[in-house]
Ligand binder design. Structure first.
Ligand SMILES: Cc1ncc(COP(=O)(O)O)c(C=O)c1O
Length: 460
């Protein structure tokens, strides 16, 4: 670890003693002291106290401009007034009944108006909706295999937790990556049904189809890889996948858990002009409450109507999450809001680019909708394997440097990206940029001193 990073971590420890104590206590009862592995990092994570609009406070009383926003689930920002009002009302009227209600149709209408699907069902998380989408695709085609991309994340079910962050010694040929389980407990039979290809590499996809003729039910992908920082699809890649799917009778599933709300009004299909067969939504559509949705054409979703595919869930369409979702679609994810966050996003991105240039940092700034990231690479990454070549300690230097000065530039982990909320202000962006301007020269210096001597092995 280089000196400047060591100093930043010492500062972090100085300002966050209550987080350290809370983590130590939590470790007694909760594995890693956190409720999701993504929330754990060394030396210990910040324990949060509260949040409002674009800022949060930790248990030590420090304030941060928050561009973590619950791993991108809060384009609404904290406590959006419309969401609070809608939720508060439902708290007094009954939160959950396990019975149909009229808000279901209302939200289904909102969703089908925006995304190219005819029918929708709801759930409570991204994991849940990608799991159901995969099952429906299997039933629709009578095939068991799915194709996913190395480095793409679709949640925690068996079919999804494959080749998410494979190690170099396991990943195999770039054109035919191995299916690597993302931890113990994933049956070999599940692995055998997940074939893996490389993002932005249509040849690798073609090859998989040749090797598995008439066996692949679906291609599932994040239209923009947002679990390796921010990696754009190269021109023609998404259309190429569309063509391969059409030719092979395979369903194209856009996992829009991240892009659906945050890329723009109509998500990735509108943005890129490519129509998938199924769409999965979660995170920012719920305004901070747990809400997911998956949808497709009437013909595909009729598999549920005809009792050929089973879908259920006790908490599906609970009144609180649905009220939050409706308020979010109607009052947060509006055309005017996209214009507002678009201006902030441009300001932040261009500001970062100017600072990167001035500081001499070898990096670029990726941006899409309200998401963006400082990418510590000399040139644009195209896939997961490119992403692993990051200098992790330099990234940690960036993240702790920003946090110590009051800016959560993005969630911890160099596979994430910042989110801008509709409640962020010009002043928040100014603060973010001022802090980056302060941190960047030290990063640039450390980068020069470290040269390429770092071990480029990223992974959780
Ligand atoms: C693209 C994508 N799909 C699915 C998921 C899983 O969503 P959840 O954490 O709500 O289960 C995530 C979570 O980060 C995601 O980024």
């Amino acid at each position: 670890m280089h000196d400047a990073l060591q100093k930043e971590i010492a500062t972090y420890e100085k300002w966050t003693p209550k987080s350290a104590a809370a983590h130590k206590r939590a470790l007694q009862r909760i594995p890693l002291g956190v409720a999701s592995n993504y929330r754990h990092y060394e030396p210990y994570p910040i324990f949060v106290k509260d949040g409002k609009a674009g800022r949060i406070h930790d248990v030590d009383g420090n304030e941060y401009v928050d561009h973590n926003l619950c791993f991108g689930a809060l384009m609404a920002g904290h406590c959006h007034p419309a969401v609070v009002k809608a939720v508060e009302q439902k708290l007094h009227e009954g939160t959950t009944f396990g019975m149909p209600h009229e808000q279901e149709w209302e939200l289904a209408e909102e969703i089908c108006a925006r995304y190219p699907i005819d029918m929708v069902r709801f759930g409570s998380s991204g994991t849940e909706v990608t799991m159901h989408a995969v099952r429906i695709a299997r039933a629709a085609t009578g095939r068991d295999k799915i194709l996913k991309f190395e480095g793409s994340y679709h949640g925690l079910h068996d079919a999804a937790l494959v080749s998410v962050k494979p190690k170099a010694e396991d990943w195999g040929d770039a054109d035919a990556p191995n299916s690597v389980p993302g931890g113990g407990g994933i049956p070999k039979a599940s692995l055998a049904n997940v074939v893996v290809a490389s993002f932005n590499n249509l040849a690798s996809v073609d090859r998989r189809f040749r090797e598995n003729p008439v066996q692949i039910a679906a291609i599932i992908l994040e239209p923009i890889l947002m679990n390796v920082g921010l990696c754009m699809p190269q021109p023609g890649f998404l259309q190429g996948l569309r063509d391969i799917c059409t030719k092979n009778g395979t369903l194209l599933i856009f996992d829009e858990v991240k892009t659906g709300a945050k890329l723009g009004w109509g998500g990735a299909s509108e943005f890129f002009g490519v129509k998938p067969d199924m769409i999965c939504l979660a995170k920012s559509i719920g305004g901070g409450l747990p809400l997911g949705a998956f949808g497709a054409s009437r013909a595909v979703m009729d598999l549920i109507s005809q009792h050929k595919v089973f879908h259920g869930g006790t908490y599906n369409t609970n009144r609180v999450a649905m009220a939050a979702g409706l308020a979010t679609f109607r009052e947060v994810l509006t055309r005017e809001s996209y214009a507002h966050v678009g201006t902030l996003s441009k300001k932040l991105t261009e500001g970062y680019r100017a600072i990167v240039k001035k500081s001499g940092l070898r990096a670029y700034v990726a941006s899409a909708g309200v998401n963006g990231a400082l990418m510590l690479y000399p040139e644009e990454i195209r896939n997961y394997r490119d992403w692993t070549k990051i200098d992790v300690d330099l990234w940690r230097h960036y993240w702790f440097g920003m946090v110590n000065r009051g800016v959560l530039a993005q969630p911890y982990w160099w596979d994430e990206q910042w989110t801008i909320s509709v409640q962020h202000t010009e002043a928040d962006i100014d603060k973010h940029l001022a802090v980056f301007e302060e941190v960047a020269p030290a990063l640039s210096k450390a980068q020069r001193e470290r040269g390429l001597a770092f071990v480029g092995a990223a992974g959780h």
